[in-house]
Structure formats: C-alpha cells, structure tokens
Ligand binder design. Structure first.
Ligand code: PAF
Length: 282
C-alpha cells in the first residue's frame, strides 16, 4: 500500500494501472474510517483490480462558521492501518493547498437536487461535495466509485453530475451499515456522549415505524411524518432539523406514497448533527 500526497503521483499511478488493463475502484472518504467505508472497500475488492481511497477533509463542503471542519475527527495512522488490513492499494491524502491553490475559483453546482433536505440547513454543502468529487474523479480516473446509501442525497447528486457532465465513471451505492441497535455508522457518532448515543437510536426507530406504516397500507405522507415526529420528540436530547418524505429520484416532496420513496431525517443531538434515511418502493 502506498500513501500519496501529490496529485501528480496518484495520477501517474492511476495511468500506470490503466496501461496494465487494471480496473480501478475508488472510495472517496474524509478519513476516520469505519465499518461503512470498509464495506465499500470490500465491494471494490470484489469488482476491481486496484483499490484507491482518498482521505481528505474537504473544507469547501463545510460552512465557514458553525460547522465542524476544525473538529472533524482525523486519525491518519489508524486509517492507514485499517486500509492496509482491508487490502487498499493506494491512499490519496492530499494537502489542502494543493487541492485548492491560491486563485482557485471553480465549483460545480447540481442545482435542484442540492436544494432540499440537507441543502436547506447546509447551503453550499453539496456544491463543495460535487466539486471535490469531480476533482477526485479527474485526478484518479476511477472505473467505478463507491458511495454509501446513508448519504442518499449526496449519492443522487454525484450520479446526476456524472450523467450531466459525461464523466466516464460508474457509481455504485451500497447499503447503510448499522450497529446492532440500528444506528447508522458515521464518523460523527464519535462526538456523542454515552447518553446522546443512547438517544441516537431514535433516528432508525422512527424510520422503521415509517416503513412499517407504509407496509401496512398507509399512503398519507402527513400522517407518517406526524408519527415519526412524535417518536423523535419523545427523546428530549434530540432536536429535529427535518423529517421528509420525498421522491427517491427527484427529492421532491410527496404527499401520497407511491413509487420510489426516500424517507430521510436530520437531527441535532447536542452539538452533533446526524442524518439517516431508508428507501422504499411501493
Ligand atoms: O461522504 C463523504 O465522506 C464526503 O462527502 C466525500 C464524498 C468524501 C467528499 O468529501
């Protein structure tokens, strides 16, 4: 396994792999690797000849104030060990100044999909995500790139960008990895105190209830959202950012349940913002 800082070096490695006919699988990450990332890496090992991951806490997807760019967990040594054990071939961990040198001013905005859900309380977030993902695709030229379904909006935005900009990369989205009590695995879970961690199961609990209601024939979104809200409000530590029931492709709000539906929520528990979702097809 090689850990690479320089853009020119990873691009050269990627070209060399391609010349040898190797299919490159790529997992973009912000580090602090967890079981969610490892499940993506395991899939790359099945699909591709070479595994590249990036570790880069991307400043442009955090608001300059009030978000956790500075305190976002970073542990490159632990990440290297986990990546090595998982069979990663290359870690690309660039310095911020090389990714965004002085004078940098271009960004990618996937307009409509970036607006609802997390886009409302995190304006600019998905512009930062789309931009860094596009840059990483240009630098690494992967054949397949892997994303987790926990970030459903992000995955849709990346797919839209790839289609709209004719990028030659296949996007695979893999299921959310959960702990035994249902909490979606996330780097931000490490911020939670013991008590907050207990309260956090309410996200999945409310999603399961929504799925159960739909499976039992409920088709009125308002009714489902009301019941989800009641469940979340029972946890005094948890503050709702949004609970939404939207079309699974356009992310437009749905009054009636039919077709592909995404049920998504974001909450604050203390200073930690957590998201989760499930997809359902009726
Ligand atoms: O999902 C993430 O960790 C990030 O948004 C990504 C895709 C690595 C871009 O910085």
């Amino acid at each position: 396994m090689e850990v690479i800082r320089r853009i020119s070096r990873i691009s050269a490695c990627s070209r060399a792999l391609k010349e040898r006919g190797c299919a490159i699988g790529f997992v973009p990450t912000m580090g602090c690797l967890h079981e969610g990332h490892l499940s993506l890496i395991r899939q790359v090992k099945k699909d591709c000849d070479a595994v590249v991951i990036s570790i880069f806490v991307n400043p442009t997807q955090f608001a300059p104030e009030g978000e956790d760019y500075k305190r976002y967990p970073r542990d490159i040594d632990k990440d290297c060990l986990l990546a090595f054990n998982a069979g990663v071939d290359f870690i690309f961990a660039p310095l911020t100044g090389e990714v965004y040198p002085d004078g940098y001013q271009t960004s990618i905005n996937v307009e409509k999909l970036s607006f609802p859900l997390c886009g409302i309380s995190r304006p600019g977030h998905f512009r930062g995500v789309a931009t860094i993902v596009a840059k990483l695709f240009n630098i690494i030229s992967p054949d397949i790139a892997y994303f987790g379904a926990k970030d459903a909006q992000q995955a849709l935005i990346v797919k839209r960008m790839v289609a709209d900009l004719n990028m030659e990369v296949e996007i695979k989205v893999l299921p959310t990895v959960r702990t035994a009590d249902g909490l979606a695995v996330s780097s931000r879970n490490s911020y939670l105190t013991k008590e907050e961690r207990k309260s956090a199961v309410v996200l999945y609990k409310s999603l399961l209830k929504a799925r159960h209601l739909i499976n039992s024939g409920e088709r009125n979104s308002k009714q489902i959202l009301k019941i989800m809200e009641e469940i979340v409000r029972k946890e005094p530590r948890v503050k709702i950012d949004y609970i939404s029931l939207v079309d699974g492709e356009t992310l437009r709000e749905r009054k009636e349940i039919s077709g592909k539906i995404l049920i998504a929520l974001a909450v604050w528990i203390g200073n930690t913002r957590l998201i989760d979702n499930i997809s359902i097809e009726v």
